[in-house]
Ligand binder design. Structure first.
Ligand code: AMP
Ligand code: MG
Length: 462
């Protein structure tokens, strides 16, 4: 196991050394064994608990919290930073970050803690994203505790260990650019290229880096849109330089199809609604472009930004075609797809369930209103060369049977909070990790929200 942290090489203007808080009666709630194996972490549960609660250091590595800035809900905040998280080390080339491990110099008066509720949501959602093949930080473990945390009511503190090659955000660049610290902007860009994109070294490496970020961001967003994921807080400090989904808070998977879906109940202006995500990501990329303007010619940045739309549409269209069982797009396909989505919207149908049911050949299980559309669809399918079985296989590998519905999270959270029982977390972990598989016996987990959960609200409080 490697003990050093590459990030620390950047120098102390990029971070502060921190000391994680000691939680009362800390215990492992769940461990992502597969990830643990792939990181080559050979530790007993007891040793893993010590590491993931922040009690034991990772070899000689000192935990550190990084400093960044960011545009939050459209407004620039000159200084943010890891207010409740710290990097504790690296395993097999991946950074381990503890979220909820106590205050840091960037906590801005807040308590540095995370509640069990939001930690379970982050943990399971990151697994769901891996299952859906959406780039993301991935959680390794949840540690629960008896330490009280005050939110709307008293809850218990927990720590999620999340893993990524890098947790660098657009906001890291914005901080130094806003202070006209051009040498630090360059140092950070060099660091990202050297460690994560060595193939970009050479002439025009900064422009190549920016183009890579534009592309990976577009691909991430296209996959969010295709799978109905809404992040909820797309501030530029929550945008990863590697194009990973990061900082799970009031996220939500769209259940009833509705493009103006807003998952974050604190987002009164609907700035981060589902349908605005592609535009907001581009806006954030523009902020990154501003931050890199000391390294890259403005015209070249503008040109690179123009490629965003193309990457996004290509990835999204490819995914939607597979969802509908079409080998490639032909004239009229986007109308066919959009008309189906419009029908889902007007009939208040569940997005993922409806998409999954499309592969049940000839079965019109969406009601009479879909008859005309299904006829058009059958005519279109007749021009495909694939067999119905081949098509069903393709469709079922991109239309998930299981998505992380809020009410499923709520059941797991209540059981964990009230009864200290974590079996529901394990069940969801296994379903969401392989969401395209049938999982016989778990049909009820594909159900729409029951009445008691219809008005569950998710806010920024976490
Ligand atoms: P988020 O939108 O959750 O990514 O958080 C925005 C900023 O607030 C980040 O700098 C976080 O580190 C910080 N933050 C959020 N919650 C807390 C907390 N309970 N204690 C300290 N800092 C926090
Ligand atoms: Mg954040």
């Amino acid at each position: 196991m490697k003990n050093s942290l590459k990030f620390s090489e950047l120098g102390e203007e990029f971070y502060s050394i921190v000391q994680p808080i000691k939680l009362e009666k800390s215990h492992l709630v769940h461990v992502n064994e597969c990830l643990k194996d792939s990181l080559k972490i050979n530790l007993s549960d007891k040793e893993l608990l010590s590491l993931c609660s922040g009690e034991e250091k990772f070899g000689t590595t000192k935990p550190l919290s990084t400093i960044y800035a960011g545009h939050q809900f459209g407004y620039f905040v000159p200084q943010l930073g890891d207010g409740r998280s710290c990097l504790i080390g690296e395993a097999n080339g991946y950074e381990l970050s503890l979220k909820g491990a106590g205050t840091t110099p960037y906590s801005r008066g807040a308590d540095g803690l995370a509640v069990l509720r939001s930690s379970i949501r982050e943990y399971l959602c990151s697994i769901a994203m891996v299952g859906l093949d959406i780039p993301t930080t991935e959680a390794l473990a949840i540690v629960g505790s008896d330490t009280d945390v005050i939110r709307e009511y008293v809850e218990s503190a927990a720590v999620v260990t999340r893993v990524a090659q890098s947790h660098i955000r657009f906001g890291h660049f914005e901080l130094f650019a806003s202070r006209s610290q051009h040498a630090e902007v360059k140092k950070l860009a060099d660091f990202v290229i050297e460690n994560y994109y060595p193939q970009l070294k050479g002439e025009d490496s900064y422009l190549s880096l920016f183009k890579t970020v534009v592309r990976s961001t577009a691909i991430m967003i296209a996959r969010w849109q295709a799978q109905g994921f809404s992040h909820g807080v797309m501030n530029s400090d929550n945008m990863s330089i590697l194009g990973l989904t990061i900082d799970y808070g009031p996220f939500g998977f769209m259940e009833k199809y509705n493009p103006s879906f807003v998952c974050n109940h604190s987002d009164h202006q609907a700035r981060y609604s589902f349908e605005r995500q592609p535009t907001v990501a581009l806006w954030n990329l523009q902020r990154l472009a501003d931050a890199l303007s000391s390294l890259i010619d403005k015209e070249k940045l503008t040109k690179a930004l123009e490629e965003y739309q193309e990457f996004l549409v290509k990835e999204y269209t490819g995914l939607m075609c597979r969802k509908f069982g079409l080998a490639e797009v032909t004239k009229g396909d986007s109308d066919l797809i959009n008309d189906f989505l419009q029908l889902l919207y007007s009939r208040g149908q569940d997005y993922s369930r409806s998409m999954r049911s499309l592969s049940l050949q000839g079965v019109n299980n969406l009601g009479d209103a879909f008859d005309v559309w299904f006829e058009r669809y059958q005519i279109r399918l007749a021009s495909e060369t694939s067999s119905a079985d081949e098509r069903a296989l393709m469709m079922n590998s991109v239309n998930p049977k299981f998505i992380f519905r809020n009410y499923l999270a709520e059941v797991a959270i209540r059981k964990a909070e009230d009864l200290y029982q974590y079996d529901e977390i394990d069940t969801l972990f296994n379903l969401l990790k392989n969401p395209f598989d049938e999982h016989p016996g778990f049909e009820s987990y594909t159900n729409e929200a029951p009445d008691w959960a219809k008005n569950l609200s998710v806010s920024c409080s976490s």
